[in-house]
Ligand binder design. Structure first.
Ligand code: ASP
Length: 270
């Protein structure tokens, strides 16, 4: 039976376009938020809203996710994606090739007994389920860019979902694993809160940023204060990081310690 808080939930979504992407990408992020808002307003689920917004951003070549993912140092394109729900479901894929929308494969794992798949095995799974297989264009690495993407959505049932997707940081070697597919690092969701992170994945992982922000919010702290605390207290000096979060009620929020992370938030009218 749904609890009172769930019956009263007001749909909302927050999304980002990367810690280092810059304000010129804001309109692109707003387009993805509008897609999620339309789904949520029509009574759709937070899973659908988060995934479809993520797909918009994966398909947008300006972001380091899906189509616009940066090459590794060997020139190949390998993608990571993750999704988690406040009902305790999780799916992530690591280093997938030839998969323009890895978030769809990650979402397919939500109802499976396994949480994650990597490399060729992930692609084999995707083949067996009929997910698109095609060359991912990618783009050359560039200095200082962390422009991966993430979405956190809440639907009218109170379900909260975080979906994230990345091509990984520039100039990384083959085999490197960042924060995006690591639970508690690039993403964390539990009842009443969802958090997604972007930026230098190694720093995010060492700081367990998403889980620690979620804990702090659940302890009763404000979203923005909790995220700023993580940026100030849980990261080594100089690591470019951004965070988005959404709670059980109210609007989502984003913060970063870099140059104006593009992020956008929407909440339904009561
Ligand atoms: N966090 C991602 C990674 O380290 C990169 C990014 O946010 O742009 O793989």
């Amino acid at each position: 039976m749904l609890r009172e808080a769930h019956r009263l939930a007001i749909p909302a979504v927050v999304a980002h376009g990367g810690a280092g992407a810059g304000p010129e990408r804001l309109a692109n992020v707003e387009r993805a938020v509008a897609i999620a808002a339309g789904i949520l307003d029509a009574g759709g689920s937070a899973i659908e809203a988060a995934v479809e917004a993520c797909v918009v951003l994966e398909d947008d070549p300006v972001f380091n996710a899906g189509t616009g993912s940066v090459f590794r140092t060997d020139g190949s394109v390998h993608l990571d994606a993750s999704i988690q729900t406040s009902e305790g479901k999780m799916g992530f894929v690591i280093a997938m090739q030839d998969t323009p929308n890895p978030i769809r494969v990650a979402a397919d794992l939500l109802d499976e007994g396994i949480n994650g798949l990597s490399g060729d095995g992930a692609r084999l799974w995707a083949d067996s389920k009929g997910f698109e297989k095609s060359n991912v264009q990618g783009r050359p690495p560039f200095e200082g860019a962390t422009d991966t993407i993430g979405v956190v959505a809440r639907d009218k049932s109170g379900l909260i979902v975080c979906a994230t997707s990345t091509g990984g940081t520039s100039n990384r070697p083959p085999g490197r694993v960042g924060d995006v597919p690591l639970p508690g690092c690039g993403f964390w969701v539990q009842e009443g809160v969802g958090v997604g992170a972007t930026g230098i994945g190694e720093a995010i992982t060492r700081g367990m940023i998403s889980l620690r922000v979620a804990d702090r919010i659940l302890d009763g702290n404000d979203l923005e204060e909790s995220m700023m605390w993580a940026l100030d207290e849980c990261l080594e000096e100089g690591a470019e990081v951004g965070i988005i979060a959404l709670g059980a009620e109210g609007t989502g929020h984003g913060v970063s310690n870099s140059t104006n992370m593009p992020w956008s938030s929407w909440i339904a009218r009561k």
